[in-house]
Ligand binder design. Structure first.
Ligand code: ADP
Ligand code: MG
Length: 680
């Protein structure tokens, strides 16, 4: 039978069913997943030190082990002691609570012994070292040893063994870069780099592998950036004059004072829009930081000039919500008639009516989802395009707009989730970034707590309290169906049933991705209208839902969500004047991991995303490439060497007119990156 990278990990030799299930919990399903699950750091055990020369620290010796004894010490600790000797001297080894050690030691066998050499019980000893019989392929000692992102049952020891078993598959890894680039830039071929990132022969080899992956991360971005730049170098935008009176009037009608950050950002946008070249500005502001009003202020200027504005939301429901908000904001300026909701959900007649309105007005503010770009609107005087949650905007849409006009609109993209990649781009290209750092005043911080099983009742009390006070709650679960090997409480269906039983008098709604789009919307709509008290949902509610009356967010199986995702979920509450709560419902009584503990303490999305990268390490970051998502290591911003290599590679691609479509993964990454960069 032919082996493939897509083979399930079960097919690897020496990985038992228990290990397989632990790996699967980490989403490592195939051999390829395993090979692209990268270490987060390394321990250098490559120097073999004669025992006589040992100094405190992490060390490796090559020695025989004798005189092993196991006994019970105080407080129920099992102590195994032994003596390791090489030709120079002997040293004591201590293992705590590893009674199997004594039996497994083989007399006269030479071992590599790696671990901490330190003062223990008044003598220098090697404490809890890893030992490996001297043999062909060392995994845990006598080399630069990979340390993986670990969890309770998935230690680096297990991962090293599993990865080593998968190394036979490495030659099957196809090169993702054109040979011209690999050769001319002297890059390490992908398959060698994968092997070296796990088990490098030496530091130099490891450095070369890391260089290769840094290149892979940055190159699609910079190439996309360059392609976009060329593509757009000839395009112009409509100049939008600044009308001070109008701006003043708008601000004076707001029910609140603009924050300093909002003022600063809108001012930058006004400067950009007065230019005849398309603005390309990304506004990053945490959930609830008030991006909408900034966008609407930009729109107002364009409307006053008789131009069109389009606003794209990621979902129909959000588009509808934003439409209502926008109408409210435009009313005092007598511009609310100019706002038009246009979306796929409208029936034929409604759609015709909307199009008629748009074509009668010259300055329309058209609100909908991405599909509106394909509708029968004359876009030739589109001055401003606003995209909420920018990662969903693509090259194709841009091309669509170019069909209709020799102008491109000023582009304003709004996002709450900090994407290191786009931040990186702002440093490397002409994409401009504005950040709304401070929250509008008067916002109360959200109380985040970790709910252990023992405190579930007090959580429930808080939930009932809030609902009795007229508030609403979200309950989010990571899965739709209960799976046999999972804690059933983290499935939406089970949880829905449970809450229906626990709180029979309340109106409880259910929404998840397997429901039809219409059904999902109708449930969310009911929640929006306060016809539902508690909404049990999967992460479909993650982005954008704005229900200021909701004050409780409870997340089951929180360890199964990324920090950015949890942060988005938390951002669904605390949007109004009510004190709000986020409860992370833990599955068992064991200590929550550092991610969750930090999450409970940190409310700033930027800091959280930095932390996420730090905790998970580049392993998770690069590893994600395989799973269709990427994130850039922040360090790369300063990586002048990689940037230089990328520039050379771009030169090669363009001068040799390489056909990237032959390299499917790369082409896809470039395409994705192009949609991120949009304009230049
Ligand atoms: P997001 O940045 O997540 O899109 P929104 O624009 O929806 O946030 O704003 C969240 C809420 O904050 C809205 O109800 C909005 O009216 C309100 N808001 C915006 N700016 C301010 C401000 N400067 N002061 C008080 N409330 C504000
Ligand atoms: Mg928003």
């Amino acid at each position: 039978m032919q082996v493939k990278l897509s083979d399930p990990i079960e097919s690897l030799k020496g990985i038992g069913p228990a290990r397989v299930s632990v790996l699967k919990k980490k989403n490592i399903l195939t051999v390829s997943d395993l090979l692209f699950y990268f270490p987060r750091r390394y321990q250098d055990y490559s120097q073999i030190i004669p025992v006589a020369k040992l100094k405190p620290g992490q060390v490796t010796i090559k020695a025989k082990i004798n005189n092993a004894r196991t006994r019970y010490a105080r407080r129920g600790i099992v102590l195994t002691e032994a003596i390791a000797s090489d030709t120079t001297d002997s040293v004591r080894i201590i293992w705590f609570n590893q009674p199997y050690r004594q039996k497994s030691l083989i007399a006269d066998q030479e071992y590599y012994i790696s671990g901490q050499y330190k003062l223990s019980r008044s003598r220098y000893s090697l404490t809890n070292p890893v030992i490996e019989p001297v043999g062909a392929m060392m995994l845990n000692s006598a080399r630069i040893v990979p340390v993986y992102p670990e969890s309770k049952n998935l230690t680096s020891l297990v991962l090293r063994k599993a990865v080593a078993a998968a190394l036979d598959y490495v030659p099957l890894i196809k090169e993702t870069l054109p040979p011209d680039i690999v050769d001319e830039l002297n890059l390490m071929p992908l398959s060698s780099a994968v092997k070296a990132i796990h088990f490098p022969e030496n530091q130099a080899e490891l450095d070369t592998a890391i260089k290769r992956f840094n290149f892979d991360e940055l190159f699609p971005l910079l190439l996309a950036n360059e392609l976009n730049k060329r593509d757009l170098s000839t395009t112009s935008a409509l100049e939008v004059r600044f009308n001070q009176q109008l701006a003043k009037k708008f601000v004076s009608q707001l029910p609140f004072e603009l924050s300093d950050d909002q003022r600063r950002v809108i001012w930058r946008i006004y400067l950009d829009m007065q230019q005849p070249v398309p603005m390309n500005r990304l506004v990053e502001g945490d959930v609830g930081s008030g991006k909408t009003v900034v966008a609407v202020m930009a729109a107002v200027m364009a409307l006053a000039e008789g131009f069109k504005v389009a606003y794209l939301a990621p979902t129909e429901l959000l588009a509808k919500q934003q439409y209502e908000t926008i109408v409210r904001l435009l009313k005092p300026l007598s511009l609310s008639e100019n706002a038009v909701f246009l979306s796929g959900s409208l029936n034929k007649k409604e759609k015709q009516q909307a199009l008629k309105t748009i074509n009668l007005l010259s300055s329309a503010f058209i609100i909908g989802t991405h599909s509106l770009l394909y509708s029968d609107v004359n876009w030739s005087n589109l001055a401003l395009l606003i995209v909420d949650e920018q990662h969903r905007f693509g090259v194709d849409q841009r091309m669509e707009l170019k069909k209709h006009s020799q102008h491109l609109p000023h582009f304003l993209s709004l996002t709450a989730t900090p994407i290191p990649r786009s931040l990186a781009l702002t440093a490397l290209s002409d994409l401009s970034l504005s950040r709304l750092v401070t929250m509008p005043s008067g916002r109360q911080p959200i109380d985040t707590s970790l709910v252990a099983p023992s405190s579930f009742d007090s959580f429930l009390k808080n939930l009932k309290n809030e609902i009795n006070n007229g508030r609403q709650a979200y309950i989010v679960c990571p899965y739709i169906n209960p799976a046999p090997d999972q804690d059933k409480k983290i499935s939406v269906l089970e949880t829905y049933a449970e809450y229906s039983r626990l709180l029979p008098k309340l109106k409880i709604g259910l929404v998840h991705g397997q429901m039809s789009g219409d059904d999902q919307e109708s449930v969310m709509r009911k929640f929006y209208l306060n016809e539902i008290n508690i909404l049990v949902a999967t992460s479909v509610i993650e982005v954008g839902l704005d229900v200021p009356n909701a004050s409780v967010m409870a997340v089951y199986g929180p360890e199964r969500f990324g920090l950015a995702q949890l942060h988005q979920l938390r951002g669904r509450v605390g949007r109004g004047k009510h004190k709000s709560y986020c409860h992370l419902i833990l599955s068992d009584a064991s200590d929550p991991n550092i991610r969750l503990r930090s999450f409970a303490q940190i409310s700033d999305g930027f800091r959280l995303s930095e932390l996420d990268l730090k905790i998970r390490g580049p392993g998770a970051v690069y590893g994600k490439l395989q799973h269709g998502k990427t994130g850039m290591n922040w360090l790369l911003l300063d990586d002048q060497h990689t940037i230089r290599l990328c520039r050379q590679a771009i030169e090669i691609v363009l001068s040799k007119k390489l056909d990237l479509l032959k390299y499917k993964d790369l082409a896809q990454q470039v395409k994705d990156a192009q949609s991120l960069t949009y304009l230049n």
